[in-house]
Design a protein around this ligand. Sequence first.
Ligand SMILES: [Zn+2]
Length: 387
Amino acid sequence: MNELTKKVFDKIDELSDKYLNVLIDACNIESKTEDKEGVDKVGAYFAAIAENMGYVIKKREFEKAGNVYSFTCNPTGKKKPISLSGHMDTVHKKGIFGYPTTKIDGDYVYGPGVNDCKGNIAVELLVMEALKSCGYDERPVKLILQSDEEVNSYLSDQKSLEFMVEEAKGSAAFLNAENIGAERKLTIGRKGITAHKITITGKKFHAGWCTKGASAIKEAAYKIIEFEKDNDNDAITFNCGIINSGTATNIVPDLCELFVEYRFKNMEQKKIADEKFKKIVETSYVEGTHAEAERISNRLPLEPDEKNKNLVNTINDICKQVGIEPFGMAETPGGADSAYPSLAGIPTVDSIGIEGSGCHTLNECARISSMAEMAKVVAAVIINFPE
Ligand SMILES: [Zn+2]
């Protein structure tokens, strides 16, 4: 291990209590995605830390989504930048964790966003301060904060993702900090997800003469079976998650709303899934019914391609140099923003963050001692990255 890496590791240990408090403060500000005021408060909290540290701050404001930021340390560094990222919104309704929202029990912290994803932002800010205070200035280190990740960025009409890709342009690597599991696997593949609302119309009729009507529910039933019949967890899956319809048992229903999402591993599968979806929507299985689809959200896949696998190999080589156990690689069916820098050609890895579990539940927790452990990984990568 070189002198600087060692110095930065010691600094991380020294600063880790400070950034545990940053994690707690940030998670005590509730920020469900749709609560712009809450998400903006989290952004302002992190921006105040960045300002205090003298990082270059860029902000983009949105009407419905929370504002997004980038913080850059060493903007004039000669080597290629490395981008870090995380999101400030959570899925949790205000108040469901009680107050204070964030609690410590032994080596674990519980609360909304402790691992998904504000705890990771605290780790990244810890890395940046440790590097800066040890005099590291070889490359720009950029932290890009997202505001509507949990809703596939529809609130900003994906402008938050455009900001992310713009800011990350030219980076040697993009390290997205979703939480990592105890089995220590870095994520190199995530599925893309497309969601639609389908409105089916039919013909209302008295149930006694039901063959004269056209049942929108019956049409929905055919469509659901068609959508889901070839589901393959390792490839394309369709899920009809919500269905709204009907007024009485003695009436043939003339309206049914169906909410459907489908997931795919790569752009090739997306094309197949898009076509299947369109064909089923356009086909009337029950004569006299008609369906229209409206897209609600769309997120592209993080493809486990060579550049992303090579990035994990580079991270593991650096880990071995500095005495950290190397990581495994994983693919998951859950989507994330990391798809976008990867599709823009930047080597990207996901889940390089705090160790945690229970995200999207009241058991969301993170292991406190993993903050310093993972900060050391990220810092070592920034200092020792070959490009
Ligand atoms: Zn989440």
